[in-house]
Design a protein around this ligand. Structure first.
Ligand code: SF4
Ligand code: ZN
Ligand code: ZN
Length: 315
């Protein structure tokens, strides 16, 4: 897909001038009412990414190691690229990347190839860690053996556990995830709809370290999904655009639809939801005692319960 195609698909920006220069607009940021040319869209995106990183990473400590969880898709590829651009000249900050292979035929294979290529191009060490190595099973097998399972509810905890294991192996202070604004505001809404106050208080980005868990950072938290795609196209970042075949069964889809409707009627709703979550965060953290981390009785991984969610669902 070319930038021009995206541009043409947006009838509002067609033939319009950038609000910041005389160039032709490629994008209408409905939430701010601005029309932006490629250069000013890039600038606006990079400014928001820098701001998030300044807020999420503690630059007072020396020797910062960041591992990036890269699937090969647009969000994680842009995250890795942006972090590399920002830190490539800093000797005190090192980047590494890893990919989790859940064992999903046809989907993960193409993502893996793309992730490997991007890391090679940027000169960033890349490792792969798989469900089959660690759990002796694959997502395809789990779904085949339990046709009624909601795949993401099994896959999510397993992925999080591998993410922690690999970040600890890489001795990382932070693990960066490619969560964009749409993903983030969906998660906030999901927590509200489920009444899950604890999870809301524990959402990334994490401002402090918990025993055995690597702090998660979300550099793209203020970048709408559409802008992530445009940024990748403008910068020539290759990404894999296949979708997980199990995604259609995800509960998250309902929240994606709700947010799309909200954004259509009131542009900027996703930013407002993020602001709301940030606004109540200090009060949540103050009122909810931080949970003591235990080691899972079965596998030894850090968990707030006796048995971690991965072991609890696999037994
Ligand atoms: S969409 Fe669900 S099943 Fe597929 S990789 Fe993501 S969490 Fe796993
Ligand atoms: Zn411009
Ligand atoms: Zn366990």
């Amino acid at each position: 897909m070319q930038v021009q195609n995206v541009y043409n698909s947006d009838e509002h920006s067609h033939g319009m001038k950038c609000s910041r220069c005389t160039g032709e607009a490629v994008y209408e940021a409905k939430y701010s009412g601005e029309m932006l040319c490629g250069k000013h869209l890039e600038e606006s995106i990079e400014k928001r990414i820098k701001r998030e990183i300044r807020e999420q990473v503690d630059f007072n400590s020396d020797g910062i190691r960041i591992s990036v969880a890269i699937s090969g898709g647009k969000d994680s590829s842009v995250t890795l690229y942006a972090l590399h651009e920002l830190f490539k000249d800093r000797k005190d900050i090192s980047l590494s990347a890893f990919t989790i292979d859940e064992g999903i035929k046809g989907y993960r294979d193409s993502g893996l190839e793309n992730a490997g290529d991007l890391c090679r191009d940027l000169g960033i060490p890349h490792s792969i860690i798989s469900f089959s190595q660690k759990f002796s099973t694959t997502m395809d097998e789990i779904v085949e053996n339990n046709p009624d399972v909601i795949p993401c509810s099994r896959c999510g905890p397993m992925r999080r556990q591998l993410m922690n294991i690999e970040s600890a192996n890489l001795d990382a202070d932070y693990v960066a995830l490619g969560i964009n604004l749409d993903d983030y505001s969906q998660s906030v809404l999901m927590n509200v709809a489920r009444g899950d106050v604890d999870r809301m208080a524990r959402m990334a980005p994490h401002h402090s370290k918990k025993d055995g868990l690597t702090r998660r950072i979300l550099p793209l938290r203020r970048i709408p999904e559409k802008e992530v795609v445009l940024y990748a196209l403008l910068k020539g970042i290759k990404f894999d655009s296949s979708w997980c075949p199990y995604y259609a069964r995800a509960q998250r889809n309902t929240f994606r639809d709700i947010l799309e409707t909200l954004e259509e009627r009131t542009p900027g709703s996703s930013f407002s939801i993020l602001r709301f979550a940030d606004g109540i965060r200090p009060a949540l953290e103050a009122s909810i005692p931080s949970v003591e981390m235990n080691k899972c009785r079965n596998c030894g991984q850090p968990t707030s319960r006796e048995i971690c969610p991965t072991c609890a669902t696999s037994t």
